[in-house]
Design a protein around this ligand. Structure first.
Ligand code: FES
Length: 105
């Protein structure tokens, strides 16, 4: 599984899944600037991403924790998600995301 991530500067990165257990970990392990301060427990909103509109509807729905925490993210949009709550899945191969403002470390 691989994903395509545009960083906060608009630079495109292709990232392979490896052993990461979340999309946030894929981004972090690739060395991009993503604060992910809570380590992936849906408690900080600093792993906020914008999902490409063509992909957004194909993602599993938000859980309660993500739904509550996303409200605290910077510049939320209708396509906002917390990347720590997205699990690498073969069905999401090719997923396209953009790192939202406020996620840099
Ligand atoms: S890493 Fe903290 S909410 Fe995702």
């Amino acid at each position: 599984m691989h994903i395509v991530v545009f960083d906060q500067e608009g630079v495109r990165h292709e990232i392979a899944g490896g052993s990461a257990s979340s999309v946030m970990e894929m981004i972090r392990d690739h060395g991009l600037s993503i604060a992910a301060q809570c380590g992936g427990s849906a408690a900080c909103a600093t792993c906020h991403v914008y999902v490409d509109p063509e992909w957004f509807g194909r993602l599993p729905p938000m859980g309660e924790d993500e739904d509550a925490m996303i409200e605290l993210a910077v510049d939320i949009k209708p396509v906002s998600r917390l990347s720590c709550q997205l699990k690498p899945d073969a069905l999401l191969d090719g997923l396209v995301l953009t790192l939202a403002p406020g996620t840099e470390f």
